[in-house]
Design a protein around this ligand. Structure first.
Ligand SMILES: NC(=O)C1=CN([C@@H]2O[C@H](COP(=O)(O)OP(=O)(O)OC[C@H]3O[C@@H](n4cnc5c(N)ncnc54)[C@H](OP(=O)(O)O)[C@@H]3O)[C@@H](O)[C@H]2O)C=CC1
Ligand SMILES: O=C(O)CCC(=O)C(=O)O
Length: 482
C-alpha cells in the first residue's frame, strides 16, 4: 500500500508518537540482548563485540527540489553483523530516522535473520525525511543520491537492502536497483522487495503479513485455538497491517478495529477488510469508512480483543498503557513495539507476546527467497513461495519454543536466545556448542585450553589429525574453554 502520501498534520502526530520510540529503542534492544547473553552465559568480551556494529554509514544527500531550491537530508546505513552471511534489512524514510534508531533496528535484523535461520546478517538504513512532503520526483532524486553515496558499500554478497516504513517496492526499490546497476551492471539480487517486472518475487508484497498469519496460527494452536475463534485489533494499515488483516479475515478471524496515521475505525461485528482496503486506497486512509464507527486512535491499543497486532511504530506499548491492554495475545508485526517495562507489566497480567524478531520475519524470509531466485535466475510460483514461508515460520516457532524450554523463559527470550546463540556460534571468536565437544577431545589429548583455528598454519595439522577436522572447516575458529 502506498504510504508516502500524508499531510503535514499527520506527520506531526507521527513525530509525537515516534518520540516515545526514540527514547526507548536502543535501550530496549540492548536490554533484551543482554538478558539473552546472560541466559546463554556468553563470554563478556564476545557479548560486547556482538553489540558493536560492523560498520555505520552516514551520508549527506542534497537534492534540488521541484522549485529549484536545494534541500539536504541525512541518510544512514548501519551494517550490524555479517557472521552468518550478507547483511540484510530494510530502508526507512521517516522524519525521526536517526543513528540510534537505525543502529538498534540493524541489531534486531541480525537476531531476526538468525531466528529465521536464513544465511544473512543484519543491517538497516534510513533517511530522515517526511516522504509525504516530497513529490515523487524529489523522492526519486533523494533515493538515487542516497544510492550513489552507499553503492560501493552494499552488494549481492555484502549488504542487501529492502523496503521498510515509508519506502515501497514499486518506487523506492526500483530506483535503488536502477541506480546501483549504473555502477555495477544489472544486479537484481542487490535489493529485494522489488517490482515483479524487475526480478521481484511473487508473494514478497504480502510476505510480512502472511508470516504474521502463520506465526499467529502456530501460537494459537499451542493454546488449542485457531484464527477463526479470535477477535483482532490491528494498529497500522500499510503493507504489513493491511495484508495481515486481509489474510486473517479470509480465515474467518474477526478484525474489529484498525488504525493508521489519520484515524481509527471499529466495528464489533468485524470490519469488511476488502472494502476497507479499497476505501483506504481511494481516500488515503481508513478515516471515514462507512462500514464502521470512528475510534480515537489512542484508544485502539486498549480495545477489548483477543489478539492485538501492532503493525506501525516502535515503542507504542509502554508503561503508560500496558496496564490497560485487554488483549490476551500480542503479535508484534512492527519492530520493537513493546518496551521492556511494558513486557514486565504484561507478563504479570498473563498476556502472551509473540516477539517481533520471530513474528515479522516472514518479510525477510521471502526476501531471502527472492535473492535465491535472482541468483539462480529461476522464478518460483507463488504457491511455492507461500508453502516455503509456512515451513520456515512453523520451524521457527518450534525452535523458539525449544529455547523457552531450555532456558525456562518467555517467547521473547526464547527468540533472543535462539538468534543470539546462532550468531555467536557463527562468530569467529564465538564459543559454540562444537567448542565443548572439541574441548573434551582436547583435554583427552592433554591439551591446555587455547584458541584453535583451522586458519592457523601451526594449529591446523593438530586439528586435522587429532580431531579429524577437514580443510572444509577452514573458516571455523574455535575458542576453547577450560
Ligand atoms: N515491510 C516489511 O516487509 C516489514 C515491515 N516491518 C515493520 O512493520 C511495521 C510497518 O511497516 P510497513 O507496513 O512496511 O510500513 P508502511 O509504511 O507500509 O505502513 C505503516 C502503517 O503504519 C501507519 N502508522 C504510522 N504511524 C502510526 C500511528 N502513530 N498510529 C497508527 N498508525 C500509524 C501508517 O499510516 P499511514 O498509511 O496513514 O501513513 C501505515 O498505515 C514497521 O514497524 C516495520 O519496520 C517488519 C518486517 C518487515
Ligand atoms: O526484507 C528485508 O530484507 C528486510 C525486512 C526488514 O527490514 C525487517 O524485517 O524489519
Amino acid at each position: 500500500m502506498d504510504s508516502i502520501c500524508c499531510s503535514s498534520a499527520c506527520w506531526k502526530v507521527l513525530i509525537e508518537a515516534q518520540a516515545v520510540e526514540k527514547i526507548r529503542l536502543p535501550f530496549a534492544t540492548s536490554r533484551n540482548f543482554k538478558q539473552a547473553a546472560k541466559l546463554l552465559a556468553l563470554d563478556s568480551k564476545l557479548e560486547k563485540s556482538l553489540l558493536i556494529p560492523f560498520r555505520e554509514i552516514k551520508v549527506e544527500c542534497t537534492i534540488p527540489k521541484d522549485d529549484g531550491t536545494l534541500a539536504s537530508f541525512v541518510g544512514f546505513r548501519v551494517q550490524h553483523d555479517n557472521a552468518r552471511g550478507p547483511m540484510k534489512g530494510g530502508i526507512r524514510y521517516h522524519p525521526e530516522v536517526d543513528p540510534d534508531e537505525v543502529n538498534a533496528l540493524a541489531q534486531l535484523m541480525t537476531w531476526k535473520t538468525a531466528v529465521a535461520n536464513i544465511p544473512y546478517g543484519g543491517a538497516k538504513g534510513g533517511i530522515g525525511c517526511a516522504p509525504g512532503e516530497l513529490s515523487v520526483s524529489e523522492l526519486e532524486r533523494l533515493t538515487r543520491v542516497f544510492t550513489q553515496k552507499i553503492h560501493d558499500l552494499i552488494g549481492i554478497h555484502t549488504d542487501v537492502p529492502a523496503p521498510d516504513m515509508g519506502t515501497n517496492s514499486q518506487q523506492t526499490m526500483a530506483w535503488i536497483l536502477d541506480e546501483y546497476s549504473k555502477f555495477h551492471g544489472y544486479s537484481p539480487a542487490v535489493v529485494t522487495g522489488k517490482p515483479i517486472d524487475l526480478g521481484g518475487s511473487l508473494g514478497r508484497d504480502a510476505a510480512t503479513g502472511r508470516g504474521v498469519l502463520f506465526a499467529t496460527e502456530a501460537l494459537l494452536a499451542d493454546y488449542g485455538k485457531s484464527i477463526s475463534d479470535m477477535r483482532f485489533v490491528i494498529q497500522g494499515f500499510g503493507n504489513v497491517g493491511s495484508w495481515a488483516a486481509q489474510l486473517i479475515s479470509e480465515l474467518g478471524g474477526k478484525v474489529l478495529a484498525v488504525s493508521d496515521v489519520g484515524g481509527a475505525v471499529k466495528n464489533n461485528k468485524g470490519l469488511d477488510i476488502e472494502r476497507l482496503i479499497r476505501h483506504s486506497v481511494d481516500n488515503r486512509g481508513v478515516k471515514g469508512f462507512s462500514g464502521a464507527d470512528a475510534l480515537d486512535p489512542k484508544a485502539l491499543l486498549t480495545e477489548d480483543c483477543d489478539v492485538l497486532i501492532p503493525a506501525a511504530l516502535g515503542g507504542v506499548i509502554n508503561r503508560e498503557n500496558a496496564n490497560d491492554i485487554r488483549a490476551k495475545f500480542i503479535v508484534e508485526a512492527a519492530n520493537h513495539p513493546t518496551d521492556p517495562e511494558a513486557d514486565v507489566i504484561l507478563s504479570k497480567k498473563g498476556v502472551v507476546i509473540l516477539p517481533d524478531i520471530f513474528a515479522n520475519s516472514g518479510g525477510v524470509t521471502v526476501s531471502y527467497f527472492e535473492w535465491v531466485q535472482n541468483i539462480q535466475g529461476f522464478m518460483w510460483d507463488e504457491s511455492k513461495v507461500n508453502d516455503e514461508l509456512r515451513k520456515y515460520m512453523i520451524r521457527g516457532f518450534k525452535d523458539v519454543k525449544e529455547m523457552c524450554r531450555t532456558h525456562d523463559c518467555d517467547l521473547r527470550m526464547g527468540a533472543f536466545t535462539l538468534g543470539v546463540n546462532r550468531v555467536a556460534r557463527a562468530t569467529p571468536e564465538g564459543k559454540s556448542s562444537i567448542d565443548e565437544c572439541l574441548s573434551l577431545k582436547l583435554e583427552a589429548h592433554g591439551q591446555r585450553p587455547l584458541c584453535a583455528s583451522m586458519n592457523n598454519e601451526a594449529q591446523r595439522p593438530f586439528l586435522e589429525m587429532v580431531l579429524g577436522l577437514r580443510s572444509s572447516s577452514l573458516h571455523i575458529v574455535f575458542k576453547l574453554q577450560a
